[in-house]
Design a protein around this ligand. Structure first.
Ligand code: PGA
Length: 254
């Protein structure tokens, strides 16, 4: 597997943080620090911040993403936002299946698949999240679970569409806890995901797929994680809210 064939992407996941005014300050802080990045840089932000962040990121190397989308184009789904709506604003990315959506908002592998399909149909790039809980890791079912999550999420996605998918491996026990997977643990599961993708499509598709690690990635641990052969970037929560930390992780990916 040739890492050089893949594009490293560092994506921030701002989660439920930052008002529009605060979002403007944050994106303006990030902009100059990442302008010479050799890797892809994406900021995924709350819906209400999209307009201001899109405007600020215009003409820069920063891609803008949302943190979820609904699978229908429109209709009686109070409180939901469709992939079409995001695409119409100029949003380029959307995170799907984040463990916080699965854990707190009833997201299932099946609804993840519907959202992935809708996002791809709307022309968006998808950051698809998979990962195990601590109990699942201790039970020894991480590989099977992550392979299953990957297979179901990618149901009905063509090899061509897969070019617009990034998979983020995020062990739930490492998210926001300060506990990072060791680089060997991170690489092992990213490799399993790549093998799973190879089994669904083929070796070429798997080799071209960008696979991120996420879960307490920080400037201190990013170089070692990103040096792993199957880790092609990061999905960054807490550290993406600090311009210097986010930029240091971007630099580590270059
Ligand atoms: P964290 O979050 O970096 O704060 O652990 C990562 C994520 O949930 O995407």
């Amino acid at each position: 597997m040739n890492k050089a064939k893949r594009k490293a992407v560092i994506a921030g996941n701002w989660k439920m943080n930052k008002t529009p005014a605060e979002a403007k300050t944050l994106i303006e802080g990030i902009k100059p620090l990442v302008k010479d990045a050799g890797c892809g840089v994406v900021c995924c932000v709350p819906y209400v911040d999209l307009s201001v962040v899109l405007e600020a990121a215009k003409g820069t190397n920063i891609g803008v993403g949302a943190e979820n989308c609904h699978w229908e184009k429109s209709g009686a789904y109070t409180g939901e936002i469709s992939a079409e709506m995001l695409a119409s604003m100029g949003v380029q990315y959307v995170i799907i299946g984040h463990s916080e959506r699965r854990q707190y908002f009833g997201e299932t592998n099946e609804t993840v698949n519907k959202r992935v399909r809708a996002a791809l149909d709307a022309g968006l790039n998808v950051i698809l999240c998979v990962g195990e809980s601590l109990a699942q890791r201790e039970q020894g079912i991480t590989s099977e679970l992550v392979a299953l999550q990957t297979k179901i999420a990618l149901g009905g996605v063509s090899k061509d569409e897969l070019k617009r998918v990034i998979i983020a491996y995020e062990p739930i026990w490492a998210i926001g806890t300060g506990k990072t997977a060791t680089s060997a643990q991170a690489n092992e599961v990213c490799k399993t995901i790549r093998e799973t993708v190879a089994s669904i499509y083929d070796a070429d598709a798997a080799e071209a797929l960008t696979i991120q690690y996420g879960g307490s990635m920080k400037p201190g641990n990013a170089p070692e994680l990103l040096a792993q052969p199957d880790v092609d970037g990061g999905l960054i929560g807490g550290a993406s809210l600090k311009p210097d930390d986010f930029a240091a992780i971007v630099k580590a990916a270059d």
